[in-house]
Write a protein that binds this ligand. Structure first.
Ligand SMILES: [Zn+2]
Length: 103
């Protein structure tokens, strides 16, 4: 029989939303200084379900996951909107609305 180690389930990305108190900036205007927003642990993000700040350890993990996911999306979007895609997309410049690439 196999023994499993560590937590039973994987860490999953939680839905986050911008903090209303600081409008997602992580900072609030105090009397004279900008103050770190206590509502969201100065991250600008709170849990979309509860509206509460995530514990710092979780927050770092969640923001890291979010950042990596966005980087991945961005890299993907970059690839897709490159010259290759423009070339392959129908530009309707050819006869009868067909693709014309000039070569
Ligand atoms: Zn906040």
């Amino acid at each position: 029989m196999k023994k499993s180690h560590g937590p039973a389930f994987r860490k999953v990305m939680k839905p986050l939303r911008a903090c209303y108190d600081c409008r997602g900036s992580g900072l609030r205007m105090g009397m004279f200084h900008q103050l770190e927003c206590a509502t969201c642990n100065a991250s600008g993000w709170v849990c979309a379900e509860t509206g509460e700040a995530l514990p710092l350890a979780d927050l770092v993990l969640q923001l890291g996951m979010k950042l990596r996911a966005l980087e991945r999306d961005l890299a993907l979007a970059d690839q897709q909107s490159g010259p290759q895609q423009q070339y392959e997309q129908n530009n309707r410049l050819g006869a009868g609305g067909s693709n014309y690439t000039g070569d």
